[in-house]
Design a binder for this molecule. Structure first.
Ligand code: GLV
Ligand code: MG
Length: 324
């Protein structure tokens, strides 16, 4: 390992993150009773301009009055380029800050954006005498945010997670799509005409680079990488495929923009029994190898070594965290 220490964000379960518009208070009780690990109450893009002020009031009331159980509660504020944002932070943190665990900053573009919100939140927490520190979730959803992702990820001790906001990212990069997440048939290759046989189309994942880049920036700074929305809530199979490919890359959660996506996210983002058993088998085999003075052995015809221990521990520790 490098001599450089990576401080890990508080270990929170973040398999599913349910988006709930602050302008729809009739949805709050159902959200509180759901199996979502994290809920973000939204003041940004799911709330129309005329409803922002009322949505803020709804959220303050809901944070103070509804029993959210052990859920991690987050607030998606408006962007720093709007005149709503300062009031989102001041009103909600002043009036309901004790039940707020996280603030989600959308369209974050530079480390200075993070600094600005940190300064504001710090003043409010100090003035109110809050003991708990509110953490930050950042949505990487603009070209600028992606360009500055490493600095953003390191910009505050409050940082806990990075989220891939695929819809705004598509808009910002001028990608030719109008769907939220998912695949695009035009992002594909056609097998060569000289290869013989019928030509095949191989679909690609147009979000691969962005997601991988975000995973690296998050992990290099001890943060959770979380995949964002999948808009077609009538396609559970598509959702699961998208979630699996994010999980395989290292993401530990995905947004649910509809309650039906919560259980899908929880399922995909929890290591399966088979995966945990396989990981445990590796740990057992390596413990035996070490006792025999060996650093690398073969297990089921494959080489395993000390790196295999670290890989296996990721899965076993995640399973333990879920079971706790
Ligand atoms: C989320 O905010 C997105 O833009 O996808
Ligand atoms: Mg967005």
């Amino acid at each position: 390992m490098s001599f450089f220490p990576i401080e890990q964000a508080p270990a929170r379960l973040n398999r599913s993150e349910l988006a709930v518009p602050g302008s729809q208070p009739q949805m709050f009780e159902k959200a509180a009773a759901s199996k979502a690990d994290v809920i973000f109450l939204d003041l940004e893009d799911a709330v129309a301009p005329d409803e922002k002020a009322q949505a803020r009031k709804n959220i303050i009331k809901a944070l103070n009055e509804i029993d959210w159980g052990r859920k991690t509660m987050s607030l998606r504020i408006n962007g720093l380029d709007t005149h709503y944002m300062y009031r989102d932070v001041v009103d909600v943190v002043e009036q309901a800050g004790e039940r707020l665990d996280l603030i989600m900053i959308p369209k974050v573009g530079t480390a200075a954006d993070v600094y600005a919100v940190d300064m504001l939140v710090t003043q409010i927490e100090d003035a109110k005498g809050y003991k708990k520190r509110i953490g930050f979730e950042h949505i990487i959803e603009t070209a600028l945010g992606m360009q500055n992702i490493s600095e953003i990820a390191a910009a505050s001790k409050r940082n806990e997670s990075l989220h891939f906001g695929v819809a705004d990212y598509a808009a910002s990069t001028r990608a030719r799509t109008t769907i939220i997440g998912g695949v695009n048939e035009k992002y594909s290759v056609l097998t060569d005409k000289d290869a013989g046989g019928d030509r095949q189309i191989h679909w690609g994942d147009m979000w691969h680079y962005a997601l991988s880049r975000m995973v690296v920036a998050a992990r290099a700074n001890g943060l959770r990488p979380i995949d964002g929305p999948f808009g077609d809530f009538s396609d559970p199979e598509g959702y699961k495929a998208a979630a699996y490919r994010a999980a395989v890359l290292g993401c530990e959660g995905k947004w649910a923009i509809h309650p039906s996506q919560i259980s899908l996210a929880n399922e995909v983002m929890s290591p399966s029994t088979a995966e945990v058993e396989r990981a445990q088998k590796i740990l057992d085999a390596m413990a035996k190898a070490e006792a025999e003075g060996k650093g690398a052995v073969s297990l089921d015809g494959r080489l395993i070594d000390y790196a295999s221990i670290r890989q296996a521990e990721v899965l076993v520790q995640k399973a333990r965290q879920i079971a706790a």
